[in-house]
Write a protein that binds this ligand. Structure first.
Ligand code: DON
Length: 565
């Protein structure tokens, strides 16, 4: 069963700029933008039309999402981006993940009984790490951008100032989180004016956020990390149990790192490296699967789902034990993606039966480290530059508290640390000492911005929100497109399944799989859990000659937009 009927028509569109619908897949020549919101996508597209490159458009879209998609778009969070530069034919990777403030310590979220106080770890400013987004976008632009910086912020600032019409998905998200959001006075003032929720069709203005954006527009990253905004963050934190100080903000740096690179069939896949686990875990899964003849299955064949789930079980077991910020903990990327190691992990897969996660343990011989809401955007321009960027405040609206007078949400990313070894976080992920809280350290992520090359040329760019499920959602989209030969829209909309070692359960999207498939999986030994649809994959692919680009936005969250010209 499919969420979407197969066989979408392919239409070549020149000069049109509205979101593509699911029933017709469109192709463009000059550039595309795919993200979680139409207004932000249109802003990115306009930057491309005005002569900006993909990097400029990605920055403008990301700033616009901070206004129109405050669930996840942000200036108070962090993320990762990959850039393919046509000139150098290289893939670059920037890490702008949040860091633990200097005052953070391993016991900070434990109560008197040594239990995790989940409310403190998730809600309120003490849950926030030092934000990285503004530094990340600024460093991306400094290195690769071509347009004026202020031109990339200006549309977002205007939107915050004059307002925009709220759509269904923001209105619903606000209602869903109403209780926690309204615990914070400054948040309530903006998003529940007069104590009332914002209905779809109503205009939302954010003058405080416009002020924060105006400082960034004028002063670049210093307009956030120094001066009035930095003082306001530090003051709010000091008065409300938060950890971030002006020194933390002043000391924040991004990191240009080597992306994870691995081969899958004819593809060279580049994805986020540590401190995101995304590239390593996806690399392990796809490399374990590389030896199986997947082509003989379909995406909903229990035999394929079983192999994928078993590869995932092994990869997530390693994630829990070995992965953390590489500046603090030994970096085992090469060992974990080593062909012999992968072969040994594959060998323990029984092709007909599920293993048990109590038996499948992290697998490195002697290896030791002595570790919902995000949004993804992809952009490609006429010169062949590509950006794949995922950023987040972690949960919807992060820690739910906006910085008073500046109107932006702080993240609640500290929960991505292993607050206690082997105790699951909000995404059910466990971790070890490798991902324990330490001052200045980056918490382990699952974000998986990805760029795929074929014969040295851009082939596909994609990524997703979805916490721990990001990695399997991205990997399945690549397989759907490259192995099962779905078109991009089908690849993105096709039902998903997920296994992450612990809990030892196989999650299936509700309504995506028929009874026979489910019974077969249960017969193989899986505990099958049907759940609501998850993740929101944003993707684009290039035609073989590289001249045409097809974008696709996942419809699962309702607001996604793929557009181009
Ligand atoms: O970095 C991570 O892995 C998480 N903070 C991502 C959170 C996320 O994707 C929530 N969205 N559904």
């Amino acid at each position: 069963m499919r969420f979407l009927a197969a066989g979408c028509a392919i239409i070549l569109i020149l000069g049109l700029a509205s979101c593509d619908t699911l029933s017709s897949e469109k192709i463009y020549r000059n550039g595309v933008v795919v993200c979680s919101d139409k207004t932000a996508a249109d802003i990115g597209l306009q930057v491309l039309k005005d002569g900006g490159n993909a990097i400029d458009a990605a920055c403008a879209t990301a700033f616009a999402l901070a206004v129109t998609f405050p669930q996840a778009g942000n200036i108070g969070g962090g993320g990762f981006a990959l850039v393919y530069l046509a000139d150098s034919q290289q893939v670059y990777y920037i890490d702008f993940r949040e860091t633990a403030p200097a005052a953070a310590s391993a016991r900070i979220y434990l109560d008197d009984q040594d239990e995790i106080d989940r409310d403190r770890a998730l809600n309120g400013p003490q849950a926030a790490g030092t934000p990285g987004t503004v530094a990340g976008l600024s460093d991306l632009h400094l290195r690769f951008g071509s347009a004026e910086w202020s031109e990339l912020i200006h549309p977002a600032r205007s939107l915050a100032d004059t307002g925009f019409i709220v759509g269904q998905s923001l209105s619903e998200a606000l209602l869903e989180e109403e209780e926690t959001l309204r615990r914070f006075e400054a948040t309530e003032k903006i998003f529940f004016p007069g104590g009332k929720s914002i209905e779809p069709g109503q205009r939302l203005t954010q003058p405080d956020l416009a002020l924060a954006l105006s400082f960034i527009e004028m002063k670049g990253r210093d307009g956030f990390y120094l001066g009035e905004t930095a003082d306001a963050i530090a003051e709010y934190c000091a008065e409300n149990g938060g950890l971030i100080t002006t020194e933390d903000l002043q000391n924040y740096t991004t990191a240009w790192r080597q992306p994870v690179k691995f081969r899958f069939r004819q593809l060279d896949i580049y994805a986020a490296s540590l401190p995101s686990s995304g590239g390593i875990v996806m690399g392990q899964i796809l490399k374990m699967l590389n030896e199986y003849e997947l082509e003989k299955y379909t995406a909903d064949a229990p035999e394929y789902m079983h192999l994928f789930a078993e590869a995932s079980r092994r990869a997530y077991a390693d994630r829990a034990e070995y992965l953390g910020d590489p500046d603090f903990t030994p970096n085992l990327t090469d060992q974990l993606l080593d062909d012999h190691y992968i072969a040994s992990r594959r060998q323990s897969i029984d092709p007909t039966h599920a293993s048990s996660s109590t038996e499948i343990l992290p697998g490195m011989p002697g290896g030791s480290h002595e570790s919902d809401q995000t949004t993804h955007l992809v952009v490609a321009d006429a010169d062949g530059n590509v950006v794949s960027l995922t950023y987040t405040v972690n949960s919807w609206f992060g820690c739910k508290a906006v910085v008073p007078e500046f109107g932006f949400f702080l993240n609640n990313e500290m929960d991505d640390f292993a607050i206690q070894p082997n105790v699951p976080n909000a995404f059910g992920l466990t971790g070890s000492d490798a991902n324990r809280i330490e001052p200045g350290k980056r918490m382990l992520s699952s974000m998986t911005p990805t760029i795929v090359l074929k014969s040295g040329k851009p082939y596909m760019a994609l990524g997703s929100p979805g916490g721990s499920k990001i990695i399997t959602a991205v990997a399945q989209t690549i397989i759907n497109y490259d192995i099962f030969k779905m078109n991009l829209t089908e690849s993105v909309t096709s039902p998903r399944f997920h296994h992450q070692w612990l809990p030892d359960k196989l999650y299936l999207e509700q309504g995506g799989y028929d009874v026979v498939t489910i019974q077969k999986l249960i017969g193989m030994g899986y505990e099958v859990i049907e759940r609501t649809p998850y993740a929101e994959v944003m993707a684009l692919v290039f035609s073989d000659d590289g001249l045409f680009i097809t974008p696709a936005a996942d419809p699962r969250r309702g607001g996604g937009c793929a557009t181009g010209y």
